[in-house]
Design a protein around this ligand. Structure first.
Ligand code: ATP
Ligand code: MG
Length: 566
């Protein structure tokens, strides 16, 4: 491509309303332009990168035996009503009506559509196993679109769905996708880690999120400092600390006027928050849920929701309800004698002795409380992992980092096939629900994540496998016919080898050309300058400071050598 013909506008300044490197650089390098909040147009250079990523995904999906299909993005509401998600999705779903007042949505994901396809197409076990995938635009009216295409309202997703006869079959399909994802992210030069993820009320190890460590990540990921264990904080399990046993002392109700928070109670009674249990009250679909947890710990709401069997609406109880069920002002709630439907006790409470809880009486707490003697409940793991907690696999220290989820693989089981009636006839003649898995990759989010990990102060540093063009050729003096001629010769030669090359033939200063080449992140730069007289041209790899002088007749081989590395 000759740059004089190319639609490319680069910017020096940091554009308005951009905060993260990938967003800043995607605009500055002219890869995309904002149309509205969370909605972007891809320019020719940006689209080339997007297609490169799509092709890597496509190749690996095909290699794993998946077949490509393409569904509509405009979806009738009936399908969503069948699965029950028309309401559940809430305001994130873009809903609209046709001229006859029929309701539709712009697809935020396609489980319903694919289930509808297979219930019509799959009749027999002979058609299984099957993995279908598409690379298609999704729409989600995100509450907070931000960081450019990392969280946008229109984005491209590769979504795949597997169909099997048995759970063992599902395991095989899931593992195939796991391996394909590992290869895809390797080929994109993204450093990411599969982390165990929450798989809803059913539990199990049926879900992994591919996480890119990043300060702007909106997920918290727990990593082991020693082994390969990684999990989303929503899921990460905890080994309970053991405390030395104490003799149980007599339960006492004590006056604690004005001491409501853990801090205030601790200061008033002169104990650390590890000696206090806090009692939190939630409302889950109208039912009261009480959670008891050590004073310095944080409740994990996902674990709570899973423990009570999955709910639609889950929130902290409003003040009036707290007053009603504790018969006290806020700040004095405790598990002894509280009125509620569920009482969930974090397993760490069993390791505490003679601790303090609220007395459900304004201005009072109980002292010398012991689980089992003074109150009981359903015991489980209900808190968030914290720094200093131990790895459930190897016992070493866990660390917590923020992560961006670029991909997600999930064992769905029969959730959609049962609710939407997708059955097949098995070998024994019986009718059984299809066992499903679903697998997503955010294509644009992947593109932005690559930039997050591959840039410097001058711009993007594309890995060769992703770069829109592999090589840029610059003649230092555009008025020097010999230089221009040599630049064109090398350009033609590289193109004939199937290499994607930019020839910067613009009538601009060389400094500007270098800046643009760096900003748009072209991996290989060839400059034809003064040394041409000695039979040499300059060869430079983006991101390295080294400039090699290469013999003119060896330059093509030098470029080829770089390509053999990917
Ligand atoms: P998140 O928790 O980040 O909202 P999600 O759990 O809603 O993600 P999935 O429904 O599993 O995401 O979608 C599959 C993939 O699509 C994600 O792993 C992510 O890479 C991508 N994705 C999801 N929402 C967006 C968005 N708003 N913008 C860009 N990519 C997205
Ligand atoms: Mg989401």
């Amino acid at each position: 491509m000759k740059m004089s013909n190319m639609l490319l506008n680069t910017m020096k300044e940091v554009p308005a309303e951009t905060e993260t490197p990938s967003h800043i650089l995607m605009i500055r390098a002219g890869l995309m332009r904002r149309l509205a909040s969370g909605i972007y147009n891809y320019m020719p250079l940006g689209l080339k990168v997007l297609k490169k990523i799509e092709n890597i995904i496509r190749e690996e999906m095909n290699d794993a035996g998946a077949q490509e299909f393409l569904a509509s993005a405009l979806l009738p509401s009936e399908l969503w009503k069948e699965s029950g998600r028309w309401q559940v999705f809430g305001p994130e779903m873009f809903k609209l009506k046709d001229r006859n007042e029929r309701e539709f949505c712009l697809g935020p994901t396609h489980e319903e559509v694919i289930t509808d396809i297979v219930r019509n197409e799959i009749r027999s076990y002979k058609q299984l196993p099957l993995i279908l995938y598409q690379i298609q635009t999704k729409y989600r009216d995100e509450r907070r679109p931000r960081y450019g295409v990392i969280r946008s309202r229109e984005f491209i997703m590769k979504d795949a769905y597997s169909f099997d006869r048995s759970n063992e079959g599902l395991d095989i399909s899931y593992n195939k996708m796991y391996e394909a994802y590992t290869k895809i992210f390797q080929r994109c030069f993204i450093d990411c880690k599969p982390a165990e993820a929450d798989s809803g009320a059913m539990g199990g190890h049926g879900s992994a999120e591919f996480m890119v460590k990043s300060e702007i990540g909106e997920d918290q990921v727990v990593f082991c400092s020693k082994c390969t264990y990684a999990a989303n904080i929503e899921k990460a399990s905890i080994m309970a600390d053991r405390n030395p046993k104490e003799d149980k002392m007599e339960l006492l109700k004590i006056k604690t006027p004005n001491a409501r928070t853990i801090k205030e109670v601790g200061a008033f009674l002169n104990v650390t928050s590890e000696k206090i249990a806090k009692t939190l009250i939630y409302i889950a679909d109208g039912k009261t849920v009480v959670v008891v947890i050590r004073g310095d710990r944080e409740v994990n709401e996902t674990k709570i929701v899973n423990a009570i069997g999955g709910v639609l609406k889950f929130e902290m109880a409003p003040v009036e309800i707290v007053r009603d069920i504790t018969c006290a002002e806020v700040g004095f709630a405790g598990p002894i004698g509280i009125k509620c439907e569920f009482i969930l006790v974090d397993n760490e409470i069993l390791e505490m002795f003679n601790f303090i809880v609220g007395a459900n009486d304004t201005g009072y707490h109980y002292k010398n409380v012991n689980y089992g003697r003074d109150f009981t409940g359903s015991v489980g793991d209900f808190r968030n992992v914290e720094k200093g907690d131990k790895c459930p696999k190897c016992g070493e220290d866990l660390t917590i980092a923020k992560g961006i989820e670029v991909g997600h693989i999930f064992k769905l089981g029969t959730k959609y096939s049962e609710s939407m009636g997708a059955f097949f006839v098995d070998e024994d003649g019986g009718s059984k629900p299809l066992i499903m898995g679903c697998y997503g990759i955010g294509v644009n989010r992947t593109m932005a994540s690559i930039i997050e990990q591959h840039h410097d102060e001058n711009g993007i540093i594309w890995p060769l496998s992703i770069a829109p063009y592999g090589v840029v050729i610059i003649a230092a003096v555009i008025k020097n016919d010999e230089q221009v001629k040599l630049a064109e010769d090398i350009y033609t030669k590289l193109i004939s080898m199937g290499i994607e090359v930019l020839l910067d033939d613009r009538n601009e200063r060389t400094g500007i050309k270098f800046k643009d080449a760096d900003l748009i992140g072209i991996p290989i730069r060839i400059t034809i300058g003064k040394k041409m007289a000695e039979g040499k041209v300059e060869f430079k790899i983006r991101g390295s400071v080294e400039v090699e002088d290469v013999d003119i007749n060896l330059i093509v081989d030098r470029v080829e050598k770089e390509y053999t590395r990917i």
